[in-house]
Design a protein around this ligand. Structure first.
Ligand code: SF4
Length: 500
């Protein structure tokens, strides 16, 4: 038994430690370590609308019908003004100063009680202005969800439960396996335990090598960590305005992720920083030297000479952006052979390659190709195109990505409006709210990231997975609706094939 800590060589500034003082000292150090510990979270805060979306419903009340109804009630309930003035809507749509004669449709939630009670003079219809937002892939439903997530920073909760289809095109054709409810990981959602959302960017050797003296030899990990499995991608089309770029810059720094920005813009706005990924044209690869603070620079396309020139010019990692165009597999292999540690895969904004293949299949192909070659961990795969819902993030990671790249979601988080095509990156056109306030916009984008991260935690918790790194390529934790339907109905007369 120790009589004093000095017997085991422990001393403090005040001389040898007694057992009591040893206990106190160790508690103090423990407390200091605990106080220094910072659990990652994204600070969210509800913000006002700057340019609200059109309201969901149009409420049409026939004035003659309403007047007749009130007259009838006055005769029937003479003097009982609380009855005469009561209206069927508990949401206040008919509660304005002039009641139902000037309804307030922005309060309508579409419960249809008024239509049921007064079908002769009340109609509630979907608002065509809202339906016109977005396009066939990025629908008004996605835009509305992003808007709400960016306003509140919370996981959207619908009291009526999920009202959509089970299954559908694109990412809706993939279901995630939530059957394995594991309590410790559920605790992670509420902050009692940790579910990690950080991912490593760069390269890890597939195995470690040691020399005869037991020292590490051969390649060692070359990577850095970001706290969320999503990065901000190069703003498509004409979205790369100075205002938006500055918001992406400060938000990516705040939440500890990366922002891919055009290299010229980075130089013009003097944004060189560790969280900024300058994207260079292959013809300008040697200019990679102009970003001494960057941890990663990307070349737009594969060119062996440009890759070599960029590597000579900078100490940062050099990543390669590859579009899913014919021959992308060969280009990916060539880039990895040459030492690229980050490959940024790009589909169009409808999440399809040029041959029409959906992006989850393409991500899976890239992931499996690297696994079969025995070098998956030597490369980080980013992927973008069509990621416009919180569920798309885990589904893309299940398909084989390390992290996803966000593009259009940024525009809609800032209550911007798109004009025209949302399919081809170079044709995207959009406008942000006038007089964009930087603090407001940064908080909205941080809110969106917080909401999407919380939804990712929900999925990881429900799957019993403690960190998002382990979700990568976990195809077994997903179910493809088409496969399920084939399994259930194949061979039954009239079944023409699964999928929506
Ligand atoms: S649908 Fe429901 S919320 Fe909308 S006006 Fe009618 S009663 Fe009110």
């Amino acid at each position: 038994m120790f009589e004093s800590a000095a017997q085991v060589g422990l001393e403090s500034q005040d001389g040898p430690l007694t057992l009591d003082r040893f206990g106190a000292e160790s508690a103090r150090i423990g407390r200091e370590v605990a106080d220094r510990y910072h659990r990652y979270r994204i600070e969210t805060e509800e913000v006002d609308d700057a340019q609200p979306l059109p309201h969901r419903f149009l409420v049409k009340v026939g004035k003659v019908g309403l007047a007749k109804f009130i007259a009838k009630e006055m005769l029937m309930y003479f003097g009982q003004f609380d009855v005469i003035l009561s209206r069927p809507c508990t949401y206040g749509v008919f509660s304005g100063p002039v009641g139902g004669f000037a309804p307030r449709p922005k309060l309508c939630v579409g419960c249809l009680r008024c239509c049921v009670q007064h079908p002769d003079f009340v109609k509630v219809l979907p608002n065509p202005d809202l339906l016109a937002l977005g396009d066939s892939y990025t629908t008004h439903g996605h835009i509305t969800a992003i808007d709400e997530e960016a306003r509140k920073g919370m996981v959207p909760v619908r009291g009526q439960g999920y009202r959509g289809r089970f299954g559908g095109p694109g990412f809706d054709g993939m279901l995630t396996d939530m059957s394995e409810i594991v309590r410790p990981s559920r605790d992670g959602i509420h902050g009692r335990e940790l579910i990690g959302t950080s991912v490593d960017v760069g390269s890890k050797p597939m195995h470690l090598s040691f020399d005869s003296s037991g020292n590490l030899s051969g390649s060692t990990p070359e990577m850095f960590t970001i706290q969320v499995p999503f990065v901000f991608d190069l703003p498509p089309g004409n979205l790369g305005s100075t205002g938006l770029v500055k918001v992406v810059d400060t938000t990516s720094r705040r939440i500890d992720t990366l922002a891919c920005l055009d290299a010229h813009t980075v130089v013009r706005l003097r944004m060189d920083a560790p969280h900024i990924v300058p994207v260079l044209d292959t013809a300008e690869a040697a200019h990679a030297s102009e970003f001494p603070a960057a941890r990663l620079v990307e070349l737009d396309g594969w060119d062996a000479d440009a890759f070599e020139a960029a590597n000579e010019a900078t100490d940062a990692m050099v990543g390669v952006r590859l579009h899913f165009e014919e021959g992308w597999q060969e280009r990916l292999n060539a880039a990895v052979d040459a030492g690229a540690k980050v490959i940024h895969l790009l589909a169009d904004l409808h999440a399809r390659g040029t041959d029409g293949t959906f992006v989850s299949e393409l991500f899976k192909e890239a992931h499996m190709m690297l696994i079969e070659q025995g070098r998956r961990d030597t490369v980080t795969l980013f992927g973008g195109g069509g990621i416009v819902g919180a569920d798309h993030v885990p589904k893309a990671i299940i398909s084989g990505l390390d992290a996803v790249a966000l593009d259009l979601a940024v525009l809609f988080a800032l209550q911007g409006r798109s004009h025209g095509s949302l399919e081809k990156r170079d044709r995207v056109s959009g406008t942000l709210p006038r007089m964009l306030d930087h603090g407001w916009a940064e908080q909205r984008l941080a809110n969106l990231c917080g909401s999407w991260r919380d939804q990712l935690l929900e999925i990881l918790g429900a799957m019993g997975i403690r960190e998002v790194r382990r979700l990568r390529g976990e195809f077994g934790r997903s179910m493809i609706v088409k496969h399920l339907e084939d399994e259930a109905f194949e061979g039954i007369a009239g079944y023409t094939g699964g999928g929506a």
